[in-house]
Design a protein around this ligand. Structure first.
Ligand SMILES: Cc1ncc(C[n+]2csc(CCOP(=O)(O)OP(=O)(O)O)c2C)c(N)n1
Ligand code: SF4
Length: 280
């Protein structure tokens, strides 16, 4: 990173939920005093994906839907980096869905932040897998319930872009979890698109804050699953620390690869040969 690098200004519409997500990510990096040059933010394609330009860290704009395998590769190549993958619900829950399932299953120690706005913002408002045609709040597809159904998961949380105090706490906890090698930290942020699908009012009215619910135990996977199902049945959505396994179930600590295995010098010739096969 050069001394002259300047983070970009966000390009989002005024009121976009992604501003809240960016603030929480920035706050977590700052609070944990993680040097920017030891942080890598990777993003899928979407309005959400431009966040990797804005925080003064290393950044990578992955192919649409492919941010998770790319982030896993970065984490494997250099486990000392703080790796934060981000993207929209279009990126993560449509074209990228297979990678989400296997990232839950593999439980490698990096953070994944999905900015869910129920729409494809960047391409001007097509329906995403979490679009609700009837204007109802509860999501037809719930990524947290999916995560709960996969026994390897260790960190599942949901925040709301407008509830900034809670979002800041959840983001900090997620990044800490992954940095401590405890596994894949998944945080979905309800991050409304004010231009194409303004869900601020309907979502806010439907939220149930599990952090303020004395009956909720985030270590109880089955209890969390039942709670989400019962809330969904009444058109409501949970936010907060939904599930967290800090003890027995740890993230996979894969051996650090030899430097030669990840060096571009070692692979340049083989890579060029592959690319040359596609020459016309
Ligand atoms: C392989 C591929 N297919 C489709 C697209 C077009 N495309 C770009 S962004 C996007 C979806 C963006 O929506 P989302 O991921 O929810 O992010 P948002 O813009 O809402 O933040 C699509 C379909 C693409 N860039 N690449
Ligand atoms: S189009 Fe929607 S998602 Fe994209 S910047 Fe504007 S409000 Fe945000």
């Amino acid at each position: 990173m050069t001394a002259t690098y300047q983070p970009a200004l966000p390009i989002w519409c005024a009121g976009c939920g992604h501003f809240g997500v960016q603030a929480a990510m920035n706050g977590a990096i700052r609070a944990l005093e993680i040097p920017r040059h030891e942080t890598m933010i990777l993003a899928g394609i979407g309005c959400s994906g431009t966040v990797q330009n804005n925080l003064g860290t290393y950044g990578y704009h992955a192919l649409h839907g492919r941010v998770l395998p790319t982030a896993a590769g970065v984490h494997l190549a250099n486990p000392d980096l703080t790796v934060i993958a981000t993207g929209g619900d279009g990126d993560g829950y449509a074209i990228g869905m297979g990678h989400l399932v296997h990232s839950f299953r593999r439980n490698a120690s990096f953070t994944y932040v999905v900015m869910n706005n129920g729409v494809y913002g960047l391409t001007k408002g097509q329906n995403s897998p979490t679009f609700q045609a009837d204007g109802a709040a509860a999501l037809d597809f719930d990524a947290i319930s999916l995560g709960l159904s996969i026994p390897a998961t260790t960190f599942l949380a949901r925040g709301f872009a407008r509830w900034t105090d809670q979002l800041d706490r959840l983001m900090l906890a997620a990044v800490e979890h992954a940095r401590a090698g405890r596994g894949f930290a998944f945080i979905e942020v309800l991050s409304p698109c004010v231009t194409y699908n303004d869900t601020y009012p309907v979502w806010e009215a439907s939220l149930h804050d599990l952090d303020a619910d004395g009956a909720h135990d985030p270590a109880d996977r089955a209890g969390a699953f039942a709670k989400l199902a019962s809330l969904a049945a009444t058109g409501r959505m949970a936010v907060g620390q939904i599930y967290r396994a800090d003890g027995a179930q740890q993230g996979r600590s894969l051996p650090r690869p030899a430097a030669a295995d990840t060096s571009p010098d070692t692979h340049a010739a083989a890579y060029a040969a592959v690319m040359n096969r596609y020459r016309v």
